[in-house]
Design a binder for this molecule. Structure first.
Ligand SMILES: [Fe+2]
Length: 441
């Protein structure tokens, strides 16, 4: 973070807390001149000042520490050789189990993508095989792309399951599902590898820090009893009614829907149509989308998609193949993209962060434009990259090649993106980097 952004964070905080320069300088015990130089980014803000601010104001140290931009050109590449240097072998039950290699990751993007070689061989379909070492599941969501013969073991409820995966197959599993992988012994001695692309969701970062501060007891009392379909709409409605201190009778009088119908809905005896939901939402001064639940979602999701069963379609000169996904993570998308040398590379763009891995067998040239500059880079097989959102880019090759793409939102998505999109003129620039006091002196 540069000096000016730290000063901007301080100014933004002072605006939120309704402290002008004079009051803030007095409370922080510094001179007005010194405070103003920190706000303008002319001097580094000393650690003692940050400690003092967190001591006297209701702010956290992390509020001063915005994200480091480690992708200054919009795209960060990790070559296969660089990836190899990160290899470490982890043991399970005293036996080498996985060789892990980091692939492209950024401090900004939600991905934690690993190349993993399975070092234990299994030659049967026994889910209780002693050589199979199960993990406890983990907080991050996981998309996995398979290369070679790999046994994928996972829990479905209390049942141990096995899926025999091959090159081009993919899977998604939701957090905390125990799972593991082994190399499946086959006649031609081909080794199995996976690209385990884990990523954080809305619950990562600040949300996770808030959960830690609130504690399990409080969090448990906040949970919605159901998040799917009509049961989910009922849960959301009851939650909004509780937050707004509105009884069914009050709701009925506000929206004009008979009390019997509202009571019937809350007892799961009848449904509302969309027009009624709009009436209810507006009477609670919320948007109708805030009453819409997932149409279906299980607590534990394992989606497996075979390479031969994937949907394929053409898009801007490329052949896209849909890989495993889940409705539970509807903003995350995974594709295999075939780059055809006979076609010129069409421009594509996404509002999501994008991770890419060159599956090969041939190099791919990527071109992208960031902050008015166009860059070009040749990516070799097994090179990987992370790209910031909203960057126009294209792929070209001289011989047919394939790329794996995984797209996932950062924190600026969903409701946050809607709110950002509705700011008045000039608002975005101030939201990005505050440069004004909230009133003219
Ligand atoms: Fe995992």
């Amino acid at each position: 973070m540069n000096k000016n952004s730290k000063g901007s964070a301080l100014l933004s905080m002072m605006n939120d807390l309704k402290r002008n320069d004079e009051v803030a300088a007095m409370e922080l015990g510094v001179t007005l001149k010194q405070l103003q130089s920190w706000i303008r980014g002319e001097d580094n803000i000393p650690d003692e000042l940050l400690s003092k601010a967190t001591e006297i104001w209701p702010v956290n140290r992390r509020d001063f520490e915005p994200i480091t931009d480690d992708v200054p050109e919009g795209l960060l590449v990790v070559t296969a050789e660089e990836s190899k240097l990160t290899e470490r072998i982890l043991h399970r039950k005293g036996t080498p189990y996985y060789a892990y290699r980091d692939t492209a990751m950024s401090r900004m993007a939600p991905f934690r993508p690993e190349w993993i070689a399975e070092l234990v061989d299994t030659d049967n379909t026994d889910v209780d095989d002693e050589r199979v070492c199960w993990n406890n599941g983990h907080f991050l969501h996981q998309f996995t792309y398979f290369m070679g013969p790999v046994n994928f073991y996972f829990m479905r409820g209390s049942e141990r399951c096995l899926a025999q995966m091959n090159t081009g197959d993919s899977m998604y599993i939701s957090p905390y599902i125990p799972h593991t992988f082994t190399n499946r012994t086959v006649r031609d001695n081909q080794r199995g590898l996976i690209l385990a692309l884990t990523y954080s969701s809305d619950l990562g970062g600040d949300a996770r820090a808030e959960m830690g501060a609130l504690g399990e007891d409080t969090i448990s009392k906040m949970l919605l009893p159901s998040v799917s379909s009509q049961g989910g709409i009922k849960s959301l409605l009851m939650s909004h009614m509780t937050d707004s201190c509105v009884t069914p009778k009050e709701l009925s009088s506000r929206c004009g829907i008979p009390l019997e119908k509202i009571d019937g809905f809350l007892q799961c005896k009848n449904k509302f149509n969309f027009d009624e939901l709009i009436l209810i939402a507006h009477s609670l001064q919320i948007d109708v989308k805030d009453l819409l639940a997932y149409d279906a979602q299980d607590r534990e999701v394992v989606e497996i998609l075979r390479g031969n069963d994937c949907d394929k379609w053409g898009y801007n000169d490329y052949l896209f193949k849909q890989l495993a996904s889940s409705k539970a993570m509807s903003k995350v998308r995974a594709f295999e993209v075939l780059v055809n040398p006979a076609l010129t590379g069409g421009v594509i763009r996404t509002s999501l962060f994008q991770y890419g891995y060159v599956l090969g067998p041939n190099p791919v040239k990527i071109s992208w434009t960031y902050n008015g500059t166009t860059f070009r880079k040749t990516l070799q097989p097994d090179d990987s990259f992370v790209m910031k959102p909203a960057i126009e880019h294209s792929f070209e090759c001289t011989q047919l090649s394939k790329i794996l793409l995984l797209r996932a939102p950062g924190k600026i998505s969903g409701d946050a993106l809607l709110e950002l999109s509705s700011l008045p003129p000039g608002g975005i620039s101030r939201a990005v980097q505050e440069n004004k006091q909230w009133y003219q002196s």
